[in-house]
Write a protein that binds this ligand. Sequence first.
Ligand code: HEM
Length: 452
Amino acid sequence: MTTGSDVPPLAPGKLPLIGHAAPLIKDRLAFVQSLRAHGPAVRVKVGPKTLTVINSTELIHKMLTSQSDEFTKGLLFEKLKLFGKDALPVAEGKPHLRRRRMMQPAFHREQIAGYVNTMRETVQPYIAAWDGGAPIDLKTEMQLMTQGVVMSALFSSTPRRAPAHQILNSVDTVFRTALQRALLPVSALERLPTRGNRKARAAGVALRSAVAEIIAEHRAHPDAYDDIVSLLLTARDETGATLPDDEILAEVTGLLAAGSETTAVVLAWLFHELGRNPELERQLHEEVDSVLAEGPLTAERVPRLVLTRRLVSETLRLYSPAWLVTRQAISDVRLGEFLLPAGSDVIWSAYAVHRDPALYPDPLRFDPDRWLPDRPQPPKGAFIPFGSGKRMCMGDAFAWTEATIITALVASRWRLRPTPGTVRPVGAITTHPSSLRMVPELRQHTLAGKAR
Ligand code: HEM
């Protein structure tokens, strides 16, 4: 039986017609964090839409694991079907499970070790091309690098700068549109021939045609490649069926989308924090110099970069890209003490959880040492940058390794100096810096010719 108290409370501050749209537009990140004050789950109104925000780590964990079959991925992912409707991040039910089983081997921890050399070789030219003293837009630079890394793992090609930029812009446009549409009160607006909608459609087409060419090339020369696309071309499900080209295409664009912007913003935030903390930067240089003194960064050497990894952990905590992830209740769902009626749109936010003072002491302080093994670790379910359960990020091990390698290689050569101005987190498809221009400065030992 349901009672009035089963339904999560409505957050205060709702205005007629627009509901909570005003604080959501003004500062989404501050708004999602403010909601924890209203209990483990709370409802907000955006125009005619009602969204239920789950604040409690225990309920988020249940929703993502033991009760995951009671939810679909929901609003945001529905809109991301612009990439193709069956790609892993947006597929549902049995097709999702089947696809995940087919693709997972490419992302196993042991497999990742095999990508280390490719990762290193892919990012080195980007890092070497910076001009000392000239400011760079760090988020874009990191996006180009992470996109290059995903591309080289996917289809053994390191993109030249111009086409890479084009793919990057297309992914950006599709992302921006998906987020706007998820928060848009009326779906009919999506179909209007507005400039924005036309641009989104064109971006989807451009992206697919760039990737289709690559797939055709792999089919034409199957022996020339040993990468994720070749794995997808030969992978079979339990019935023995292979994936048709359009589904491979959807997976490739899905991986490019899921795997480049996320890691890029984490790296941008990491260097932003280092730029403000010379002592940490000095410790990082010491670690990186000592590991690289023995030779190039290989899979055997990556685990020795322990401070580098703690820096990545702390950045994933404080600047979690996943500030808004959606779900939808398939039928009436009992989640803890709450009843979510069938069709309820639900949100969870790793960003908000990771900044909860009840879970992390002094949560706004960037402190990689909180991850030292002898320190108390966060409570269960409190560190969820990659989600949890059957929809947990498939690229988590890939992302850890990639972020560690890029941090170490940048730090081995450059110091990134801050430029004047405030850098604010912005909640878009990921949590990105409002603007982040930094000035690369060659490190002294590099000037002396000892760079690697
Ligand atoms: C720091 C970097 C990254 C972060 C923070 C991140 C975060 C996430 C999160 C939170 C989800 C789960 C969304 C949900 O529960 O609805 C997810 C899913 C996914 N991620 Fe990542 N991700 C990162 C990097 C990557 C990389 C590098 C790849 C691949 C190259 C990747 C591939 C995927 C895929 C395929 C899914 C969908 C899995 C499924 O639905 O079964 N991600 N990611």
